[in-house]
Design a protein around this ligand. Sequence first.
Ligand code: ADP
Ligand code: MG
Length: 569
Amino acid sequence: DVADAPMELTDGFHLVIDALKLNGITTIYGVPGIPITDLGRMAQAEGMRVLSFRHEQNAGNAAAIAGFLTKKPGICLTVSAPGFLNGLTALANATTNCFPMILISGSSEREIVDLQQGDYEEMDQLAIAKPLCKAAFRVLHACDIGIGIARAIRAAVSGRPGGVYLDLPAKLFSQVIDAEAGAKSLVKVIDAAPAQLPAPSSIARALDELRNAKRPTIILGKGAAYAQADELVRELVERSGIPYVPMSMAKGLLPDTHPLSAGAARSTALKDSDVVLLVGARLNWLLSHGKGKTWGAPGSKRFIQIDIEPREMDSNVEIVAPVVGDIGSCVAALLDGIREEWSGAPAEWVETIRAKREANIAKMAPKLARNAAPMDFHSALGALRTVIKERPDALLVNEGANTLDLARGIIDMYQPRKRLDVGTWGVMGIGMGFAVAAAVETGKPVLAIEGDSAFGFSGMEVETICRYKLPVCIVIFNNNGIYRGTDTDPTGRDPATTVFVADSRYDRMMEAFGGVGAQVFTPEELKRAVDEAMDSGRPTLINAMIDPAAGSESGNIGSLNPQSVIKRK
Ligand code: ADP
Ligand code: MG
């Protein structure tokens, strides 16, 4: 008798897992604890990859960069209150960088939180998350899990990508409903990030500007890398013949050795250009807001901008030809115009850029080739530059002050989405989270070049790297401190605020967890140690001893430090 047959049941735990899997999400980065420990266990049992970190911020950074690499939202799973707040930093950072990510946090019971009666880890997480991400949702009923996850996915990846918060109160997980009704409640998101075609009139306007340009420059940003329209972007550069400057995470979209690369002639390209085409790059602080002496004489520029976010236009300076749409569609439309009739970029300008680039590269060369101890940033990076040249499919993670600024300029990239770094905020602490996800998502070897200070923010994750046996080679640029290791406390009481224990053996941290540790003093030793790590695929940490006096305050952005005019005696 059908009425007597036991009803098949499902619950909140299983519906969350089923909803993620239905949408092709197979990896979770997180830290277990109440109330999501069993969710992680069950997800693993159901075939998902669940990677546990030592701190939620690192799990969140892993999820964020997974989103950048795959165009699918990276998932970070945390406990309530403090775990949520730790993850929130990464969610805010992902949103700032336009990386799609979903932070799923367990939370305490609404009845108690809303009456502020003092629950375990009580916090109104949804309200706190809202201003720091693109969208925030809470699911209270198991039958709404399918819709809740669908909304979160669509919000993360459609339009300008970003971070989404999904609040799942503890009680939701054990709610039971009929399995068939549960299965029907799930939503497979169709066309989560729909193409957004540019208006033909906006394309015509942009083409007019390009045709009239005497000194055109293309700037490729990490939006262009994210879009995965690699062939179209390459064709745009090559057919138009316009020199291009890659922003940090757009390096390798075309190889940095490309004849039209103006990477090593960046200052000239920005200052002396007349028409600038921005492709997935914002005119924020990283581009001096499109004005000031970086950009030459006031009023000398005409900006064309391709972006999926209409409100990005005119954010800092006037955009004379806004092209709103997804990069693939916009670049394809521009190419149609360029194929028809195009006389190429003015040869004189292309030659100016080429000559400047060659001169700058030649000037840099001897600094990179020096093989002596103590190493400075240039000589150490000279060795690592060769490593990437020989292994162009490896992923490069990079953070620090000098370590970041100099590596960005020195290490050529050859393939798209291989360089992962501090991004829009210039934030420290992304290193180990990015390194884990880079290895997990791509299966390729990862080289993480870290300032000793930057590494400290996520260093405990070397245990995570060893636990999952990931092919990650970490190189610490150890100059005994932040910017430099030479400051002293004027009162003689404490160590100066910017120095660490001298000659720390970071390599021994790796050995503590079964990984390989090495200490090196010369570029040759460094190269050898990195090659060995990359060949073996074993988790490795190389403590690269850098002259404590090498390095400048705040790297390239020292000018952002406020200066005191008061001299105290
Ligand atoms: P960078 O720091 O490399 O200059 P930004 O993060 O400032 O890059 O800019 C990236 C831009 O790319 C953002 O304004 C974002 O809206 C845009 N963007 C991201 N994905 C796409 C896409 N698929 N199509 C068009 N624009 C995109
Ligand atoms: Mg340092």
